[in-house]
Design a protein around this ligand. Structure first.
Ligand code: SAM
Length: 234
C-alpha cells in the first residue's frame, strides 16, 4: 500500500524523523484502511500512497517534532476528520492521552474502527467543538488542543482555546497564506497569547505551526454558537 519501507524511511530522514518497522507497519494499516473506507465515506481527497505518507503522515508527525508535547499529556484534536494530525502522532507517542473530536458522525465511526485496528485507546467524541467545550468534563481539561485545516485562526481559537487548561497550549497547523497576527485580538479575548510561529517546508509546500499559550481562563460566554462565531468573528 505505502511505498516500500526503505523509500518511506528516506522521506522521514529528510526531517530527521526515525521510522521503525513497527511504526511503519501501523502506518500501513492506517493507510490501507483509510483508502478502503474512503471508497464508501468521504474522508480525504488524498489517496495516492506517497501523498498519504507526505501530506497526512509526515505533516502530522512534524507537529511533535516542532512543538513540545509533554510526556503523558492530554491532547484533544478538534475537527480531526480521518485522524489528522493526532493519530500519526499517537502512533509515535503512545504516552499521549488522546481525545478525538469531530462533528460528522460517519467520521467518528471510522475513527473508532481505526483505533480498534491500531490498538489506540483514544476517547472519541461526536459533536461540535462549540457545544462540547461547554460541558464541564471537557472545559479547560486538556494540556494541548490541536487542529489542522478546520477554520481560520480567529474562529479556530474560539473552538480550541476553551478546551485548554491554564498553562496548556493550543497548536494550529496552517497553510502559508493566513495572517496569524490578525487573530491576535481573538486570542487575547479567549485567554491566550501567541508563543511561537514555526515555518517549514513540507516537501515542496510551505507550512506554519502556531502555538498559543493559555495564560488565563476563557470567559464562560465563549465559545458562542456557531452562527455567531461565523457572523461576528472576534
Ligand atoms: N483535521 C483533519 C485533517 O487535517 O485532515 C480534517 C480536516 S477537515 C477539512 C475539517 C474537519 O473538521 C471535518 O472533519 C469536519 O467535520 C470537522 N469540523 C468542522 N467544524 C467543526 C466543529 N465546529 N466541531 C467539530 N468538528 C468540526
Amino acid at each position: 500500500m505505502l511505498p516500500v519501507f526503505e523509500y518511506a524511511s528516506s522521506l522521514f530522514d529528510q526531517y530527521e524523523l526515525e521510522l521503525s518497522h513497527e511504526i511503519y507497519e501501523k502506518l500501513e494499516v492506517y493507510a490501507a484502511f483509510l483508502v478502503e473506507y474512503n471508497e464508501k465515506i468521504n474522508l480525504t481527497a488524498i489517496t495516492e500512497p506517497t501523498e498519504i505518507l507526505k501530506k497526512h503522515f509526515i505533516d502530522s508527525i512534524l507537529l511533535q517534532k516542532y512543538v513540545e508535547l509533554p510526556l503523558n499529556c492530554s491532547m484533544i484534536d478538534v475537527g480531526t476528520g480521518a485522524g489528522f494530525p493526532s493519530i500519526p502522532i499517537n502512533i509515535l507517542r503512545p504516552d499521549i492521552h488522546l481525545t478525538l473530536l469531530d462533528s460528522l458522525k460517519k467520521r467518528t465511526v471510522f475513527l473508532q474502527e481505526l483505533c480498534d485496528k491500531l490498538g489506540i485507546s483514544a476517547q472519541i467524541i461526536h459533536g461540535r467543538a462549540e457545544d462540547i467545550s461547554k460541558l464541564p468534563e471537557y472545559r479547560e481539561k486538556f494540556n494541548i488542543s490541536c487542529a489542522r485545516a478546520v477554520a481560520n485562526m480567529s474562529v479556530l481559537s474560539e473552538l480550541c482555546l476553551p478546551f485548554v487548561a491554564v498553562r496548556g497550549k493550543f497548536v494550529a497547523m496552517k497553510g502559508p497564506n493566513e495572517d496569524i497576527y490578525s487573530s491576535q485580538n481573538a486570542i487575547t479575548l479567549l485567554g491566550g497569547e501567541i508563543s511561537s510561529l514555526i515555518e517549514y517546508d513540507l516537501f515542496d509546500e510551505r507550512r506554519k505551526i502556531v502555538s498559543v499559550k493559555k495564560i488565563s481562563q476563557t470567559a464562560t460566554k465563549y465559545p458562542r454558537n456557531s452562527a455567531r462565531i461565523k457572523k461576528y468573528p472576534l
